[in-house]
Design a protein around this ligand. Structure first.
Ligand SMILES: [Zn+2]
Length: 412
């Protein structure tokens, strides 16, 4: 049937565009010859596809390199300038909204403080929309240039039916009191831009796997240690999601039967022993209100040798090591990356204790093949990861833009 044949040709062409665009994005600049060798596409296909991408303004030439006496080879790279990405990190103490160019250079960002740990989802949506309008306004960015808004949230994300323009996105955030929050609908009321929402640990995981400490690993776990604790499990190069996208809720694995009450309502969860909120609460001597200042004060007290602080952090290292040993035994990762603002703040002090505990708790053979490292993208990696959600969609589509005709009708 002709319709089918037409689709197949179109799919192939889109597939080739996606392959070339991805290669240039992650490994560029590259010459056409290198692209051919890396993608397996013929010289003719590479020439056609790069010609199209150049004409669309998605890639650009960036000089040339000599080649053993032959003609110099023109280098190609993804054009950073034409499009923008928005990443949003919904934390428990603040909402961060950042605007990036296509190569992840941050052009503007805003931190909007939360006073109620983000329990009022309507207020969080208002802050996201206000932050979005602010970064676009400050940089003079037209909505047409924005590929999409990616949002990382502290909860389980149900994406709803496909093709509903984000309207079906619902978040179940048990620890922050979000009971089936229709975040897609709340955000869609204030913006016409394409929306992408995922769990914050999963956006952090994508960022560290693409650009940070996870790069090159096929089997990995990226752990987010912030106010709460989560993880992103990478199995054979892909994120493992489970039946309803909640796989990787590592913070709520049980490390102490009948132990401390967790924010999820259960007892003995890992998060109740190593999450920043729990640590600051247990220490008790922190200045009230500011969790980040509280954790920094706890760390400073431990560095100064204060016994209560030293004991608390030693215990946290052992619990984290035990939790990581469980990850090693369950998933057999080659790398475990510890990220999140609290994980990175405490990491340099805790890492030796974490490794010592994991050595004792994990099965020997898988542990010998697993590396425990700290994330390399900094405490804002959830925001960067959120921006990779629209970026991933853009690369998968081979640089095809969604229909934006409705944008001119929507006031931004
Ligand atoms: Zn829990």
């Amino acid at each position: 049937m002709t319709g089918r044949g037409g689709n197949t040709v179109r799919d192939l062409r889109r597939g080739s565009r996606a392959t070339v665009l991805r290669r240039l994005y992650f490994d560029g600049p590259l010459s056409r010859q290198e692209l051919g060798a890396l993608t397996g596409l013929s010289a003719g296909s590479v020439s056609n596809v790069t010609g199209e991408l150049l004409a669309d303004g998605l890639i650009e030439e960036c000089g040339s390199v000599g080649s053993d006496g032959g003609r110099p080879r023109t280098m190609l790279r993804v054009a950073a300038g034409r499009f923008r990405l928005v990443g949003v990190d919904v934390g428990e103490t603040q909402v961060r909204v950042a605007l990036f160019d296509l190569t992840r250079t941050e052009l503007a960002a805003g931190d909007l403080p939360l006073s109620d740990r983000g329990r009022d989802a309507g207020h969080v949506a208002e802050l996201i929309l206000a932050g979005l309008a602010d970064v676009l306004d400050r940089t003079g960015t037209a909505p047409e240039a924005v590929l999409g808004v990616g949002v990382g949230v502290p909860g389980i994300v149900d994406q709803g039916a496909p093709g509903t323009d984000g309207l079906g996105i619902v978040v179940h955030g048990q620890t922050v009191g979000w009971d089936a929050v229709p975040l897609g609908r709340l955000l869609r009321a204030g913006t016409g831009l394409p929306l992408f929402v995922d769990n914050g640990a999963k956006t952090l995981g994508q960022a560290e796997m693409w650009f940070g400490a996870g790069r090159g690993a096929r089997h990995a776990v990226v752990a987010l240690v912030g106010s709460g604790v989560g993880a992103c499990v990478i199995a054979d190069g892909a994120r493992y999601r489970g039946a309803t996208s909640s796989a990787g809720e590592w913070g709520h694995t049980k490390v102490h039967v009948g132990g401390r009450r967790c924010r999820c309502g259960a007892r003995g969860c890992l998060e109740a022993y190593v999450g920043a909120e729990a640590l600051v609460e247990r220490w008790g001597a922190a200045p009230p209100g500011d969790e980040k200042a509280g954790l920094a004060a706890l760390l400073a007290a431990a560095e100064a040798g204060e016994p209560a602080a030293v004991g608390l952090l030693d215990e946290a290292a052992e619990y984290l090591g035990a939790g990581i040993a469980d990850l090693v035994n369950l998933f057999n990762p080659e790398r475990i990356v510890i990220g999140g603002w609290a994980g990175l703040l405490l990491g340099p002090r805790l890492l030796p204790g974490i490794r010592a505990a994991a050595t004792g708790y994990a099965l020997r053979f898988p542990y010998e093949h697993a590396l425990i490292v700290l994330g390399t993208l900094g405490p804002e990696a959830v925001t960067t990861g959120a921006a990779t959600l629209p970026l991933s969609d853009f690369l998968d589509s081979g640089g095809q833009l969604p229909d934006r005709s409705h944008l001119s009708d929507t006031s931004e």
